[in-house]
Design a protein around this ligand. Structure first.
Ligand code: FAD
Ligand code: NAP
Length: 304
């Protein structure tokens, strides 16, 4: 019986585990991959206090190392369901069931699909959702980035290290990304923009992507442009399928909590990107994690 199981070892989950373990609780993280979550998919983090710049994988390791020293158990598995049996919660993976007094859900968010013709056909053959993972395969090519948020602009800037040219196609005429990133992109000689436009179809040969049909949403005109790769950053969906039966999400699947990270089920908390919130960042994820770690201690000590 654990005091708490933290599902997901991104920045939110690792911080929750840190705070709970420092309260001398019996804590496990239950993660399906390497610790770090989405941080592992970004190269340069410039807005985490204390570091002028740090790579995502390096920050992940810095967050993970103290957990080992504090004796946090590192369980591996894909959580399929959580059963709320009152004082006992059951966390179910495909090959094990764990019992715990409390659960902290920190499963984050995953990239959204564009859902256009050719996206699925050319996935991993020119269509990518991770510039850090795949960018180096596209040396000296012309690349298309889809989206107008922080991810699209930041990863377009990253791709300029390899690409001949990077074009950002956005469905409006103004970016959503933070101003500093916008300024860098506008000033970059390798980046240009196609405004008020959406991808209609990703085309290619037997091997890989060769071009993209792009439609101007104001004029309706469709034009074909040659690109060797398409990087898609059109937002996030919550990873909350494992709580579908618990009635703790909004209609889009984001988990609803109060300021103390409590869901409407006693002993079940949610933190980080999977939570219904306004700002999805590493800083806000670790803030949520700290609160949940402390709350779990108070709940178990009867102080809640
Ligand atoms: P996540 O990081 O998503 O971690 C969730 C973890 O849960 C993952 O490790 C996942 O494997 C695990 N998991 C999910 N489902 C299950 C399951 N069923 N069973 C077991 N484990 C599961 N933020 C910044 O502040 N600065 C930046 O520069 C920045 N750059 C970014 C660049 C990109 C390309 C992206 C995509 C995001 C960026 N962000 C940045 C946002 C930031 O990474 C997220 O806000 C943050 O990682 C959210 O942390 P989290 O712990 O809530 O979730
Ligand atoms: P996001 O902020 O939701 O932006 C998604 C972008 O895709 C928006 O510009 C949106 O257009 C566009 N879009 C959505 N659906 C589309 C569709 N079907 N076709 C074409 N375009 C579509 O998502 P994100 O950029 O992935 O960022 C997610 C979170 O991570 C945010 O909280 C962000 O701040 C954070 N993050 C932070 C950093 C950083 O701090 N450096 C870096 C990356 C991510 P509209 O603008 O018209 O809605």
């Amino acid at each position: 019986m654990y005091d708490t199981i933290v599902i997901g070892a991104g920045p939110a989950g690792m911080t929750a585990a840190l705070y709970a373990a420092r309260s001398n609780l019996k804590v496990a993280t239950l993660e399906q991959g390497a610790p770090g979550g989405q941080m592992n998919n970004t190269s340069d983090i410039e807005n985490y206090p204390g570091f002028e710049m740090i790579s995502g994988p390096e920050l992940s390791m810095k967050m993970y190392e103290p957990l080992e020293k504090l004796g946090v158990e590192n369980l591996y598995g894909i959580v399929e369901a959580i059963k709320d049996e009152g004082d006992i919660k059951k966390v179910i993976t495909s090959d094990a069931t764990y019992e715990t007094k409390t659960v902290i859900i920190a499963t984050g968010a995953k990239h959204r699909l564009l859902e256009v013709k050719g996206e699925d056909t050319y996935s991993s053959r020119g269509v990518s959702y991770c510039a850090v993972c795949d960018g180096a395969f596209f040396r000296n090519q012309d690349l298309l980035v889809v989206g107008g948020g922080d991810s699209a602009v930041e990863e377009a800037l990253f791709l300029t290290r390899f690409a001949n040219k990077v074009t950002i196609v956005h469905r409006r005429d103004a970016l959503r990304a933070q101003k500093l990133l916008q300024d860098r992109a506008f000033a970059h000689e390798k980046i240009d923009f196609i405004w008020d436009s959406v991808v209609e179809e990703i085309k290619g040969n037997d091997l890989k992507v060769t071009s993209v049909d792009i439609k101007n949403v104001k004029t309706g005109e469709v034009t074909n442009h040659e690109f060797g790769g398409v990087f898609i950053y059109v937002g996030l969906d919550p990873v909350s399928n494992m709580v579908a039966d618990l009635d703790i999400t909004d209609e889009d699947g984001w988990i609803i909590t109060d300021d103390h990270m409590r869901t409407n089920r006693k002993g079940i908390y949610a933190i980080g990107d999977v939570r219904q919130k306004d700002l999805r960042q590493i800083t806000t994820a670790v803030g949520d994690g700290a609160m949940a770690g402390q709350q779990v201690y108070q709940f178990i000590a009867g102080l809640d």
